[in-house]
Design a protein around this ligand. Structure first.
Ligand SMILES: [Zn+2]
Length: 153
């Protein structure tokens, strides 16, 4: 897995968002530095909300994946269950602590630095993958028909 040093004003992602809890007096601070970026979510929901969610051990077969986008200065992806989570673009796997699905690919831009620079330079702090169906700037995309609610797995 490639790791990269992130500048201080970089877009927030899993590695900079999901941080260990501040230790109480007499406690030792937890060290999450060796936890892969995509798995930090599971540590965080346990420490933050008390959710005990197993880290997925399998991937959803043939899943096309989810697009990562920049939303208000954070890299996020939105699950099929409707929950959005801060994601790691350095560890592009997506799992969901709400519906507890197995890993699906996280589709990240070829040039992450350029995407972040674009979001920061335009002071929008928003960015969509050009192929993302949710991208509001996609040209000539007819409105898709409303989709029926899918049953939860
Ligand atoms: Zn989900």
């Amino acid at each position: 897995m490639a790791t990269a040093a992130l500048p201080a004003d970089a877009i927030v992602q899993a590695e900079t968002y999901y941080l260990p809890p501040t230790p109480r007096r007499g406690q030792t601070a937890q060290d999450w530095s060796q936890v892969p970026g995509a798995e930090l979510l599971y540590r965080w929901v346990e420490s933050r909300f008390g959710w005990r969610v197993q880290v997925p051990t399998a991937s959803v077969p043939d899943d096309p994946g989810l697009y990562a986008r920049i939303d208000d200065g954070r890299w996020v992806a939105e699950c099929i269950c409707g929950n959005a989570w801060v994601v790691s673009v350095l560890d592009p796997r997506f799992g969901c602590a709400s519906c507890r699905r197995d890993w699906v690919p996280l589709i990240v831009p070829d040039d992450i630095t350029a995407a972040e620079a674009e979001a920061l330079a335009l002071d929008r702090r928003f960015w969509f993958h050009p192929d993302d169906p949710r991208n509001p700037a996609r040209p000539e995309q007819p409105e898709p028909p409303a989709e029926p609610e899918e049953p939860q797995p």
